[in-house]
Design a protein around this ligand. Structure first.
Ligand code: FAD
Length: 486
């Protein structure tokens, strides 16, 4: 039985391949309209980085064209804030006589609340609202302990995730194809007020950044990046993934964060190249799968523990940590002027490109929360407002891990030494010299401690803003006291 007209509401699932809501809607309805509801006035407030906003805008141009091939017009309604969304959607479904709205779930607290409000309002007006689990291979609340509870620790979560993946979910883990074009001609949306609904013409780029062109948005380029990674880099991933000067990771996170690519597509591409990878946990392909499972773990945690998307630490005792408040330290970290070369190189790369390597995210977040003892939430927001791949679950997970406030986090007494981390993961200082130009002539021997170089006076580079040894002891002490262990 076909509903007449359906609406597919796109959010962080900007693709036509393997899009559960789109597939289900096209099975149910003979005519479809697609909707995207940007909230640019809230992007700043919600820390959407300009780099990411640019990526979204460019992707929408591609998506609009792809949907057109399926006889589905894409309408955009710019809304001032989340609160006005339910009414805007109700008006649109009324104008187009839509009987069923489809979307993929977003698991964050605000987005979840917004969807409940939309669903309620539509139900009051006899319009159905159906949302699907789509952004994880195995949906939240499906990977549970024997007691039926959410896992709080990654390793047993992974074990159970793999168990389900092996025995039940291989079928459902397979990506859906692009749906067939609808037979019925596309709905005439031209009648809609073009002031209110943008449905024709080009999408305006409000954030034109040349740097973001490093992140192509067309389907083939994204697919190529995935396939090339699987063929050329996955085998050595376990050896190269921690070295920032090596191009050894997939650089797919912006696409996964915005749903331009699904985790099922990633795993399918990996399995095509390494069908036996589950049997070789010490090798590169499995190590990469492990990271996809980390992504799932953080999403599952956010659903099981909604406080995580509400700025609260996972470990309640860590609320007692007396975080420091130093504007000077904050600014030095943000601008890459801490006097610790690996930290500064990473922070400058973030400012310039919106990107940072995973090892460097760990080092800079640890430095922020332990050496500077600044509140993890401030660092989390800075990352979110600058990263091209900003993703609440992974970012919050990463920050709470580094700050020792999260579940399965780095224990508070294990504090990264930024100098030895630099020596270990950028031994010759190649990455440092790329981003901290003042240090380009410093010999390898001093690249991680340039203040000890006999010619340090000639450098326009700050001395370390903290003494790591003293800062480490101080951090351990305040955490110990907060936990009541002192
Ligand atoms: P690859 O190494 O190729 O991994 C493949 C995919 O697995 C990634 O694209 C990503 O989707 C996922 N992944 C990899 N590592 C992790 C991880 N540790 N946690 C969760 N998922 C992971 N990732 C984001 O996508 N958005 C963020 O906002 C974000 N913020 C972070 C903040 C901190 C403090 C830390 C420590 C990590 C953060 N991460 C975040 C996780 C990780 O750093 C990035 O996903 C990774 O660097 C992206 O590079 P890649 O695509 O080359 O990853």
């Amino acid at each position: 039985m076909h509903d007449h007209i359906g609406l597919v509401w796109f959010r962080h699932d900007l693709r036509v391949v393997d899009n559960t809501a789109l597939i289900k809607a096209s099975e149910k309805c003979n005519r479809l309209v697609a909707l995207y509801t940007p909230t640019p006035m809230q992007w700043h407030e919600h820390n959407v980085s300009p780099m990411q906003a640019n990526l979204i805008e460019r992707r929408l141009i591609v998506l609009k064209e792809q949907l057109k091939q399926l006889n589905i017009p894409l309408i955009m309604v710019e809304v001032p804030d989340f609160n006005s969304l339910p009414q805007v959607i109700l008006e649109l479904v009324g104008e187009l006589n839509i009987k069923h709205v489809f979307c993929n779930k977003q698991y964050e607290w605000n987005e979840n609340k917004r969807d409940s409000q939309v669903a309620q309002l539509l139900a009051n007006n006899m319009v159905r609202f159906t949302s699907f689990d789509d952004s994880c291979v195995i949906p939240p609340l499906k990977v549970l302990t024997k007691k039926g509870e959410a896992f709080k620790v990654f390793t047993p979560f992974k074990r159970e995730w793999l168990n389900l993946f092996r025995h039940q979910s291989q079928q459902s883990a397979r990506p859906y194809p692009v749906p067939e074009p609808l037979d019925a001609p596309p709905l005439e949306v031209e009648q809609l007020d073009n002031q209110k609904y943008q449905h024709s013409g080009r999408i305006k780029l409000t954030y034109p950044f040349a740097e973001t062109m490093l992140w192509p948005v067309d389907e083939e380029a994204i697919r190529q990046r995935l396939v090339t990674f699987c063929i050329e880099k996955a085998a050595d991933y376990h050896q190269n993934r921690d070295i920032p000067s090596i191009d050894g990771t997939s650089c797919l996170s912006p696409y996964l964060a915005l749903g331009m690519l699904s985790p099922r597509q990633c795993i399918a591409a990996l399995m095509a190249e390494y069908p036996e990878c589950l049997e070789y946990p010490d090798e590169g392909a499995f190590t990469w799968l492990n990271e996809i499972i980390w992504r799932e773990f953080y999403r599952h945690l956010m659903v099981a523990f909604p406080k995580l998307s509400r700025n609260q630490p996972f470990q309640p005792w860590t609320s007692k940590v007396p975080w420091a408040h130093s504007e000077d330290h904050l600014r030095a970290w943000q601008q890459g002027r801490t006097g610790f070369p690996i930290v500064d190189a990473a922070m400058r790369q973030l400012l310039a490109t919106g990107w940072m390597h995973n090892r460097l995210r760990m080092i800079t977040a640890s430095f922020f929360t332990k050496d500077l003892l600044l509140h993890w939430h401030i660092g989390e927001q800075w990352f979110m407002s600058h990263l091209i791949d900003g993703d609440l679950a992974s970012n919050n997970g990463g920050w709470q891990w580094a700050a020792s406030t999260g579940t399965d986090a780095q224990p508070y007494f294990r504090v990264f030494n930024p100098t030895t981390q630099g020596e270990r993961f950028d031994p010759k200082g190649e990455f440092i010299r790329t981003w901290v130009h003042e240090l380009k002539d410093v010999p390898d021997k001093y690249i991680h401690q340039p203040h000890n170089w006999p010619q340090a006076e000639t450098l326009d580079y700050p001395k370390p803003i903290v003494d790591h040894k003293a800062a480490r002891l101080m951090a351990i002490d305040v955490f110990k006291k907060a936990k009541g262990e002192a």
